[in-house]
Structures are given as structure tokens and as C-alpha cells.
Design a protein. Structure first.
Length: 528
């Protein structure tokens, strides 16, 4: 019962042992490199410890610490000299004796092995902070605990995100932890299916904690115990069709279950009870539960319902996600950015101002009201097949997402686009009149007066390439501007005669004067 009182003392004893060994024995020697201590112990309260390094040439810490991150949906391994919880004041140097100081914030139960090289020889240094133990914890304790510590936690599988590596969510009622990678019985990876794990199963796992982009993860966990759930969802059907998605107009969807427990209870989240309810159910080892959804006048929506049963002493659960198509919200960029993060679908049209990653379709689009980042158009390669380029006017449908506090469109799907062809002023003047064909033209502003010789609010002006002049009938801030939103762009941006202007628009002729109409400003550059 008093074991907890001995643990701090044990940590102190271990730290003392490491220190004593270093003092009682000679430093570790190699031909080209030696250290005063090959074990470095740091206090669990945080702090620093120093050792002496002596070399007969240039030395450096090798990048041996692997950190796996996600880049565009893929796992990317990067190697560093030290883990993120540990810092060393010098990572390289020259011949002679150098004092190395190792520092860490408060933490416990973590360790690493660093490597210093000099003239082809390597010196390994073991760094520990506290005693590396496996702590039995709740999800809440894992979420609040330090990174790099190994935890054992028991909970229910609530969702499975990746069936190859074994990425899934574990919930014990105190919180939810993301499991990033599950080892098989032999410690191998990419064999998650060997466990036969399903949503609703109760499981005990252990693994080290890390935090990635704010998400707490247990990485490459070892499975300790699995208790199969006595209830599971076999399928969802709408009519005779196996599907989890209801149409916009609503209707009934039936959950088909297998239950080895006593009775079935259903829980619908509070925020879904205004549109989803239970209409009927059957009993037995293969019970069914039928839900009814109302007509959806908003965007796409979904909810996760929970089914429960009991063996008389323990409760078992399983879950199913029910979604419903919704109306698509037509909006401009500013309205999209102001919308809440969720499953509603938004239709937005704008000019492609930048292609950040053509392979995945990561782009920026801009209209008169603002600019938005689109995190992927369709599946990988879809955007490249469309042949879209900067300057084209594209219409997309997607959800309002967010990354590190920045708004973005996610799950974007291509609907249509208007190609925009870059031409010179001379080429534009020779084109036929056509309100459906758009061009991009660049020139220097030669006059900010309209064709009537008067100043104007809409930005009627002339641009020139030195040999040819083109009348621009309206310089607007972006696609979709109407009414007063078209006014004052020139004045608001301090644009003057002599500035360079790039316009997008179509060709028309009025009383013999060739005009660039429907003019969208793609960019401008002030004269130096």
C-alpha cells in the first residue's frame, strides 16, 4: 500500500548509482573519442547535466532519432540528433575537450540513445529521465501526461481509421486517445487485420505517448488483451440497399445487429435528436433497430449512434455512423471562411491564384470578398488531369475545415471551370468578340479616365504595352463582385498611372472601341 512513497526515492537512488559509477570508473575511451560519462541522468523535475567530450578531430551528433510525421496524408520519417524532449547545447565541434550540457523540462519515464562520431568511430550515450516504466492509466491521464512516457490503457474501440497499420480510437469514458499503429503478436507492423478487432471491442494496449499537431497518440502499441463485444453492427440499409447515407428528403434507415447479450439499448447524441429518432425495433440474436430522419434543409450531416447490451455484470457497446445528404450552400469566399467547421457542403467560385501542390490539388482561390486555401481537389491526380492553371476560374464544392486555426476547404470536388488564356494586348485586340471566352492581359496604366474623359468609381481605364492601347471597362476586385462591391478598387489600393495591371476579362466592342469587359484584377504592381 505504501509503494507509491518508495518510487521518488528509487529514482534518486538510480540517479545516484549512475553518478557514482561515473566517478568511480575511468572515462569511456575510444581511439579518437572519449566521454567522461556514457550515461546521463536527468532529474524528473527538469534541469541540466554536463559531461566532458574529448576528441582528436571534428565531431558531431549523428541523426539517429526517428520522428514519423504526416505530410499530405503520407507517413514521412525524419531523423534528428535528439528527441524533442531533450536538448544538447552543442551538436558539433572540433578537436579538444568540450563540455556538453544536456537539458530537459520536467518529465519522467523516458530515455534515448544518442551517437557522437569522430573520424569514423562512434560513441553511444544513454540519456534517461526517471525510471522507464509502463504506467496503467485512464485516457484522461494519458491526455494530460508527458510525451515519451509509456502507458497501458483499457477502453473500447470507437472507430477504426486505418486497417493496414492499425490506426484507431480508444475511449474509456474519461476521454479518447488516438492509436497510431498497432503491432501484431510478433511485434510486426502492417498486420492489423490479424487481431480481428472491431468497433465495440474492449481492449488493453500499451505504448509510448506522443503529440502530433495537437492530437495525443499512443504509437505502435502492443496489444495486451482483447474482449470481444457481445454486440456488433452487421450493416445499415435504406430500403434494400446497404448504405449508411440517407437522402436529402430523409426516410428510414435500419441497423442490423448481432447480439449475444441481454437486450439492446440505443443512444442517439443530443445534437442529433432533432432530426433522427427510433421508430421500431426487433429482438433476438439478430435484432434490428429502425431510425427515421427528417428532411434536411441544411448541409450534409452525420451522427454516431451507440448500441448497448449486457451480460448481467458488464456493459458492451457497438457504434454506427449515420449520415444524410444536405443542400449545397451557395456562398462567396468570405461567407465560406465565416462558416463553422462541419459537414455542410459549400459551393464557391473563384480565380486560382496559386497552385501549392498539383498532385493533390492543393490550391488557393480568390473572389471579390477574399481568398481561401483548398486542401485537395478530388483524389490524388484528379487535379492534374483537369489541366487547370493559375488564372482559371473554378467552381468547387467542399466542406469548411480548419488546420492550426486557419480555415480551409476540405473534401473539395470539382464542378466546372472557365479557362483563362494569357495573351498580349496586341493579341487581345485581334480576338473576336465573345462574352464566354476569357483572357489574361498585362499592361501599364496609361490613363485612369473613362472613355468619356471623366474619372469614375468602377475603374474604367486604359493600359498599354508601349505600342498598343486597350480600354478596360471596369476594374473590379475579383470574381462575383456586383453593385457597390465593384466600386473604388483603384482608389482603395492606391493604384496610379504608370502602375502595372494584370486583368482577366472577355472581349467586346462598343461603338467601335475594343474593350476588356467584366474585368477582374488578377494582380497589380506599383511603379518604382
Amino acid at each position: 500500500m505504501k509503494l507509491k512513497y518508495f518510487i521518488p526515492s528509487l529514482v534518486a537512488v538510480v540517479a545516484t548509482l549512475f553518478t557514482s559509477c561515473a566517478k568511480d570508473n575511468d572515462p569511456t575511451y575510444l581511439g579518437n573519442i572519449k566521454v567522461s560519462e556514457s550515461y546521463v541522468s536527468l532529474n524528473t523535475a527538469g534541469g541540466s547535466t554536463s559531461i566532458d567530450l574529448t576528441t582528436n578531430g571534428n565531431w558531431q551528433f549523428e541523426k539517429v532519432i526517428k520522428v514519423t510525421t504526416k505530410v499530405d496524408g503520407k507517413n514521412v520519417d525524419t531523423y534528428y540528433e535528439t528527441p524533442d524532449w531533450l536538448s544538447v547545447d552543442k551538436l558539433s565541434g572540433g578537436e579538444g575537450t568540450t563540455k556538453l550540457t544536456f537539458s530537459a523540462e520536467a518529465g519522467e519515464g523516458r530515455s534515448c540513445e544518442l551517437v557522437i562520431s569522430c573520424n569514423g568511430e562512434e560513441q553511444h550515450i544513454k540519456v534517461i529521465q526517471g525510471i522507464v516504466t509502463i504506467s496503467t492509466a485512464t485516457c484522461a491521464e494519458v491526455l494530460a501526461g508527458p510525451d515519451s512516457k509509456t502507458y497501458q490503457v483499457t477502453g473500447t474501440v470507437t472507430a477504426i481509421a486505418n486497417t493496414t497499420y492499425g490506426n484507431w480510437y480508444l475511449n474509456d469514458g474519461t476521454g479518447e486517445v488516438y492509436i497510431y499503429g498497432t503491432l501484431d503478436k510478433n511485434g510486426g507492423t502492417k498486420n492489423f487485420s490479424s487481431w480481428g478487432l472491431e468497433v465495440g471491442d474492449q481492449i488493453t494496449v500499451q505504448g509510448p505517448k506522443t503529440t502530433y499537431n495537437g492530437t495525443v497518440e499512443l504509437v505502435d502499441v502492443t496489444v495486451v488483451k482483447i474482449v470481444k463485444s457481445l454486440i456488433k453492427v452487421d450493416s445499415l440499409t435504406v430500403g434494400d440497399v446497404v448504405t449508411s447515407t440517407l437522402p436529402v428528403e430523409g426516410g428510414e434507415i435500419t441497423a442490423h445487429l448481432t447480439c449475444k447479450g441481454t437486450g439492446v439499448a440505443v443512444e442517439i447524441p443530443a445534437d442529433a435528436k432533432d432530426w433522427l429518432g427510433v421508430t421500431s425495433s426487433t429482438v433476438g440474436t439478430n435484432p434490428t433497430v429502425t431510425f427515421y430522419a427528417k428532411n434536411n434543409e441544411g448541409g450534409d450531416r452525420e451522427t454516431t449512434v451507440t448500441f448497448k447490451t449486457t451480460d448481467g455484470s458488464k456493459e458492451y457497446t457497438s457504434q454506427a455512423t449515420i449520415s444524410q445528404k444536405g443542400a449545397i450552400v451557395e456562398c462567396n469566399v468570405a461567407q465560406f471562411l465565416a462558416a463553422p467547421v462541419g459537414n455542410s457542403q459549400y459551393r464557391v467560385t473563384g480565380v486560382i491564384t496559386k497552385i501549392a501542390n498539383a498532385g493533390y490539388g492543393n490550391i488557393y482561390i480568390k473572389d471579390f470578398s477574399g481568398e481561401a486555401y483548398v486542401y485537395g481537389v478530388g483524389a490524388k491526380g484528379d487535379f492534374e488531369k483537369l489541366g487547370l492553371k493559375e488564372g482559371d476560374i473554378v467552381t468547387l464544392v467542399g466542406k469548411r475545415g480548419e488546420y492550426k486555426g486557419s480555415a480551409q476547404m476540405t473534401g473539395a470536388q470539382y464542378e466546372s471551370h472557365i479557362p483563362v488564356t494569357p495573351v498580349t494586348i496586341e493579341e487581345f485586340l485581334s480576338k473576336p468578340d465573345d462574352k464566354n471566352t476569357y483572357y489574361m492581359v498585362t499592361g501599364t496604366i496609361s490613363s485612369l479616365l473613362g472613355s468619356n474623359g471623366k474619372e469614375n468609381d468602377y475603374g474604367n481605364l486604359y493600359i498599354t504595352d508601349g505600342a498598343n492601347e486597350l480600354y478596360v471597362y471596369g476594374c473590379y476586385p475579383g470574381w462575383g463582385a456586383t453593385g457597390d462591391d465593384r466600386k473604388f478598387f483603384i482608389a482603395d489600393n492606391g493604384i496610379q498611372v504608370g502602375d502595372e495591371l494584370t486583368m482577366i476579362g472577355y472581349k467586346d466592342t462598343y461603338k467601335g472601341l475594343v474593350e476588356l469587359c467584366g474585368g477582374i484584377c488578377f494582380g497589380f504592381k506599383h511603379a518604382e
